[in-house]
Structures are given as C-alpha cells and as structure tokens.
Design a protein around this ligand. Structure first.
Ligand code: SF4
Length: 273
C-alpha cells in the first residue's frame, strides 16, 4: 500500500503526506486554498451532496440553537476550540445528505421548541454543493433564522458562492476574522501571510451580494497586539463595520482543545490563562 495516499470513499485520492495537523513553531506555512481542496476530498461526498458532521444537537448559545457540527477547516488557528476532527477529518464524523441534516436539525429543535439553527464546528462552507442544497430546505422548514459561521476563506475566493448564499432570506452569516496583517495571520493560523486578504475579500463579496452578515474578530489582546487591532478596526471602517456598531470582538477561552493547540504552538498556557 502506498502510505502517501488516503483511502477515501472507496478510491485512492491525491497525496496527503503534507496535510497540516497541529501547528508548531517549525510548521511550514501552508496555502489555505490547497488545504480547503484537500479537506474537501475527505469531508464532501459529491455523488449524493453529503458532508461530514460530528454531531447535531442543541447548543445553549443564542438562547438555544439547533447546531450541526461540521468537520474540516482550511485554517489551523492556534486558539481554535474545535475538537480534533479539525486535524483528523478522515477519522471523525459521519456523512449527512442535505435532507438527513435538515431532518436531524429539525428533530433536535422540536424537542426543545426552538426555531433557530446553525452550522458551526469547523468550516461550514467547505462543501458548496451540500450547503447550497441545505439552504433551500432550511428556507422551507419551520426554522425562522439560520446562522452560518465562517472564516471567509471560500467566500473570499468565490464571489458566486457569496451571491448564492446571500439570496436566502433566513440565512445570516457570522464572518470571523483571525488577524489583520500578514504577520499576524501567519503566526496565528499557520497559513501563508498574504492570504490574510481572503477574509477581507469575503466582506467585499458579501456586501456586493447584499447578504445578511456581521463581522466577528479574535482581537483578544493576548493574541492580537494593539497595533494590529488598530489596523483591523481601520480596515473594517472602510467597509462600514465599526466597534460601536456591528463588530463582535472575540475572547480566547481555555477549552481543552485550545490549550492543546496553544501549547503545540509554543505558548506558555500557565501565564496565558
Ligand atoms: S477557529 Fe475556526 S477558522 Fe480557525 S481553525 Fe478553528 S474552525 Fe478553523
């Protein structure tokens, strides 16, 4: 057997020996578009538009929301709280067709009399065909609102994707920025610094698409220096996103997965938390 190849869905796919797992100080910067493509081969199943999730349940945030926990991400943020399905998407989760996913969300929501749903976990936009089949089902369901939480990498590379998702009335996008400068992006996501522009391009694409969205950003001062936060705020103001208005600032909490990743990245977590 060729150990450089993954066995995916019954056929061998492309070489995966350099698939990024946990980021360490010696990890070479990766291209998030390439990582998205590699991860899509693991978590998206084109023949029936299925996608991998680890779980569907009701989360306590947003006053209670039916949540599908997506497997796979094109980034490797050192503060990420997602379980190890981020590093090992080939080992975790199971496939849900669009119908099965919306059915599972409805079942979870009915038990708690909830009318809100979301896809969260790692990166919900990774499987375009799947997501674009899920959203019309959501529009026809009893859900009143649907939250899509994304890092913006794919909306930044594919304006058509932003247009297609933006047309759904129940969908609200929460776009979470990780950094404002190439140095900060590379340091905290492990991705090549210049790709910091992709999430900003996503904002532009979502505005052009007239999509419903707001911006969140990991501005925790233990991770983002004040000078970079100032750059971020200034760049966002160009898009009409302001601190007083619609910018949601995120904090880094001591989840087990976060602690593991910060340690691997060489951060002293005893002084950090
Ligand atoms: S924090 Fe979000 S964008 Fe970053 S690695 Fe985790 S799931 Fe991906």
């Amino acid at each position: 057997m060729n150990r450089n190849r993954f066995f995916i869905g019954g056929s061998y796919s492309i070489a995966m020996e350099n698939y990024p797992r946990m980021i360490t100080p010696s990890t070479e910067p990766y291209d998030p578009i390439q990582l998205a493509e590699l991860t899509q081969q693991i978590v998206c199943r084109p023949e029936d538009s299925a996608r991998k999730y680890t779980n569907v349940y009701v989360a306590g945030v947003y006053g209670g929301i039916a949540t599908a926990y997506a497997v796979g991400c094109p980034l490797r943020c050192i503060f990420c709280w997602v379980d190890d399905s981020r590093e090992y998407p080939e080992r975790r989760g199971r496939f849900y067709t669009p119908e099965a996913l919306v059915g599972a969300l409805e079942d979870a929501a009915r038990e708690r009399n909830i009318r809100k749903a979301r896809i969260s976990g790692a990166e919900p936009t990774l499987c375009k065909t799947h997501l674009l089949a899920v959203l019309p089902l959501i529009e026809d369901s009893f859900f009143e609102t649907f939250m899509l939480e994304t890092n913006g990498i794919l909306f930044g590379t594919d304006p058509d994707y932003a247009v297609q998702v933006g047309q759904f009335e129940k969908v609200h996008i929460r776009l979470s920025l990780k950094a404002a400068t190439p140095e900060g992006f590379q340091q905290r996501t492990g991705a090549r610094g210049e790709t910091v522009e992709l999430p900003f391009q996503a904002i532009e694409n979502l505005i052009q698409a007239k999509a419903s969205f707001h911006v969140a950003a990991m501005t925790d001062p233990r991770l983002m220096p004040p000078t970079e936060r100032a750059v971020l705020i200034s760049r966002l103001e160009d898009f009409g996103v302001t601190l007083a208005g619609n910018l949601e600032e995120e904090r880094c909490d001591p989840y087990k997965a976060t602690i593991r990743r910060l340690k691997a990245a060489g951060i002293d977590v005893k002084t950090f938390f």
